[in-house]
Design a protein around this ligand. Structure first.
Ligand code: PRX
Length: 642
């Protein structure tokens, strides 16, 4: 890599081999973004071409109208099997958590066969185009097979992260009204077997789920209901190896994925078939520079959007090999992730800053025995990467030869929208880069005026947005309008991220400006955590804030209004944590729980979370005159000090 000023640029060798190495692409795309995306879309396989590229009826928009497509036909029939080029190529490598367990691999042909078998089995169970199917699986190949089988028959998958609690599963299943749930007996996490079936049984109570399909993974004992439960392997074993692809309209629903917003209830982001396929294919090809012999490891669980798009759909559309890993990257040894990179000759590694900071904390010495010879490109996603972590990643993992693409996007955007392109650069620590060709963004102040360079404002996306962006919140048009299209009107998408531009228009993401916090890259809303805590019988009021954390970026801290007359403070704190585990899961447990007499409030009764945050971080408190109970502040300060 070449360093010029404070930025890095790709070597000539990397540039020469990259799909994109000329920045004129940006100008070309800017001239007519709709035509630009339409030209890109032509490279995919369509049963029938679209009639109109883009239609805007603010706040709604559509792409590739009347086009007919199926993502699985692109993955298997066009790219791979029809052309008979890639059918024996490895599509998936799966590494189990127990290091002694054998890896599993699937060629494109093997994967296609099993996808078709399972698609046929789902059909036999009565699953039809448009039906929602819940998927609550750990990171095992069957999560990929299940998603693709749904896509094959036009069923709408809704994947729920396997570490979410039964209650969190229930809320999502109730919203989608799924009748079928695909889960597993259990899985390994840090050496323990987690009984996932038990969580699934609990989660489907009070939902419309009639059938639970269970993949046998950990061979743990599970409760069995003959009428309701079926083993995955029994269902597929006599099914035919071929299932005709359902012809999908470009704007037909593809999947629903829930994410956290400002309120307690998660939002179901609805993605559609055509635009998502086009965007997944091209963003992967250009941003990760996928070439046929690449082995790509995206460490995200398929339960998140990063896993959907870059562990599964994008690499498979590009005909390369995707690696999935069941366990934690530092288990059973801190360098497990490095062992996997070496063992499977990973060439592109895509992870979150939290993981990078954790690797850094373990020290670079443990990496000295690894050569990382196959690595040629690194990626970062999910939260801002600070300069120190960026440089560590660059030196210790990329060995100063790999470009780093810091990729900004959201569950809502379906794919990466801002980043540097690896064959072009520049790669500037802590800056994510430029909008992807064909994408228009801006940074606006509160009034909607563009911010000058170096001034922080709100990041927005302008028409024609991008083909793979979501089309709405499932069953909740009001929330869609209110969350994204009210700050600056119906034609400007508000991302809820603060950002700034440098003199070269490179974008730096500062972080969320709403009540969402990114805990180890996971998106949770403080409102959701508060709703969980308020579920406790004796608690009626609390406030959760996000505070900086050295490794996880941000972590929640809870202030709970509780009068400890009985001297049971420690138990109550534990119950608060249990409440969050029960309602959400273990992904976002508070770093601290403070029991306080009273929370600082305005005269109209609004809790001043800003003051709590400053009390915790020790910043200047500012004006307290608007508080109805200023005396609460000093008391809380003393509690924190203790
Ligand atoms: O705040 C931004 C942050 O993650 C949010 C989206 O979270 P989620 O929907 O879970 O999707 C995460 C993976 C795409 C954004 O609003 N974020 C995402 N990528 C970056 C980022 N913050 C800084 N830098 C990034 N590269």
């Amino acid at each position: 890599m070449q360093k010029i000023g404070d930025s890095y640029f790709p070597t000539k060798e990397f540039k020469d081999g990259a799909w994109l190495n000329d920045d004129s692409i940006y100008e070309k795309a800017k001239k007519d973004p709709i035509k630009f995306w339409e030209d890109l879309a032509k490279e995919l396989f369509w049963f029938k071409s679209w009639k109109k590229g883009f239609l805007h009826k603010p706040p709604y928009f559509q792409w590739f109208l009347d086009g007919k497509i199926n993502i699985t036909s692109d993955i298997f029939e066009k790219n791979n099997l029809d052309f008979k080029i890639l059918k024996n190529k490895t599509a998936l490598i799966w590494e189990a958590e127990p290091p002694e367990e054998k890896s599993r691999t699937f060629t494109y042909q093997e994967l296609f066969k099993e996808v078709c078998q399972f698609a046929n089995a789902l059909k036999k169970l009565g699953v039809k185009k448009g039906d929602r199917v819940g998927i609550y699986l750990p990171v095992i190949p069957e999560v990929v097979i299940s998603m693709l089988a749904c896509a094959r028959i036009g069923a709408v998958h809704s994947v729920v992260f396997s570490a979410f609690s039964p209650q969190a599963l229930k809320v999502r299943l109730q919203d989608t009204a799924a009748k079928v749930l695909i889960t597993a007996d259990g899985y390994y996490r840090r050496g323990q077997v987690i009984n996932l079936k038990q969580n699934a049984d609990e989660g489907i109570k009070e939902t419309e789920v009639k059938k639970t399909i269970v993949v046998r993974r950990a061979k743990n004992e599970v409760f069995w209901d003959e009428k309701k439960d079926a083993w995955y392997e029994d269902l597929i074993k006599d099914e035919k190896d071929f299932c005709e692809a359902e012809v999908m309209d470009a704007e037909d629903a593809f999947f629903i994925l829930y994410t956290s917003g400002s309120t307690g209830k998660p939002k179901g982001c609805l993605h559609v078939c055509g635009g998502y396929t086009v965007q997944s294919y091209w963003t992967g090809k250009w941003i990760f520079d996928f070439h046929s012999d690449d082995i790509f490891w995206c460490t995200s669980d398929p339960g998140w959007i990063t896993g959907h798009t870059y562990a599964i759909y994008s690499p498979l559309l590009n005909g390369i090999t995707s690696l999935l890993f069941e366990g934690a990257p530092d288990f059973p040894t801190p360098d497990r992730w490095a062992q996997i990179v070496e063992k499977h000759k990973v060439s592109i590694f895509y992870t979150a800053p939290t993981a990078i900071r954790m690797f850094e904390k373990y020290g670079a010495e443990i990496l000295s025995k690894y050569k990382f010879e196959n690595l040629r490109l690194l990626g970062s996603v999910g939260e801002p990467i600070d300069e120190a972590a960026w440089l560590w990643y660059f030196r210790e993992v990329g060995r100063e030869k790999c470009p780093i693409v810091d990729t900004w996007w959201q569950t809502e955007t379906g794919g990466i929208l801002i980043t540097s392109l690896p064959g072009i650069g520049p790669f500037k620590p802590a800056f994510t880069g430029l909008p992807f060709p064909g994408v228009k963004v801006d940074i606006l102040d509160e009034k909607g005026k563009p911010c000058p360079k170096d001034v922080q404002g709100n990041l927005v996306i302008l028409p024609p947005f991008s083909p793979g962006m979501f089309r709405g919140i499932y069953k909740n048009p009001e929330k869609y309008l209110e969350t994204y299209w009210s700050q600056y009107g119906k034609e400007i998408y508000f991302t809820s991220d603060g950002a700034l531009k440098d003199g070269n228009d490179l974008i730096r993401i500062i972080g969320r400006v709403d009540d969402v916090i990114k805990v180890a890259g996971h998106r949770v809303s403080t409102g959701e955590l508060e709703a969980a805590i308020n579920g406790h019988n004796e608690i009626s009021e609390c406030a959760v804030i996000g505070v900086p954390d050295e490794i996880k970026g941000e972590v929640p801290v809870a202030f709970v209004s509780y009068n400890d007359k009985k001297g049971v403070a420690e138990e109550v704190k534990k119950e608060v944590i249990d409440q969050i585990k029960k309602e959400i899961g273990p992904i976002a447990l508070p770093k601290e729980v403070y029991l306080v007499e009273d929370l600082p409030k305005t005269r109209s009764g609004k809790i001043m979370r800003r003051i709590l945050k400053r009390l915790f971080t020790g910043e200047e408190l500012g004006d307290l005159s608007t508080l109805s109970n200023p005396e609460s502040v000093e008391k809380i300060k003393n509690i924190i000090r203790k």
